[in-house]
Design a protein around this ligand. Sequence first.
Ligand code: ZN
Length: 132
Amino acid sequence: MRDDKWLEDKLVVIWKLFFTEIEEKNKVKIRFKGKWKNKFGHIGRKKEESEICVNGLFRHLEVPEWVIELTIAHELVHYMHGFHSDHVKMFRYPHQGGVVRKELIKRGFSIGKEKKWYKEEWLGMYERLKEK
Ligand SMILES: [Zn+2]
């Protein structure tokens, strides 16, 4: 099983590789949380710190790493757009006009395969993993 330390290291790598020019204006913490069926992750705020939560079921090694990487990248886009962070808020709504998707594509992520994975793999995997 993956743990929070693994996830912290992953955040550092993703940030360095894909978001290198984005300043950490306020501290970003990350951890696994919950056993969600319909959500990969979210970003919130705890006082000065931003907190990224990744679906706790993604601790299981059956979940491919690229899903977790994409989840982290998605939440980092919210962070850089000023949602739950000290960055200037760039949009009224976090997903307005597909801004997250556009930003991820611009930064070299391949988008769309997570929808296929969700339907074809995740829903069945979820039923097994939630009992573990
Ligand atoms: Zn989002």
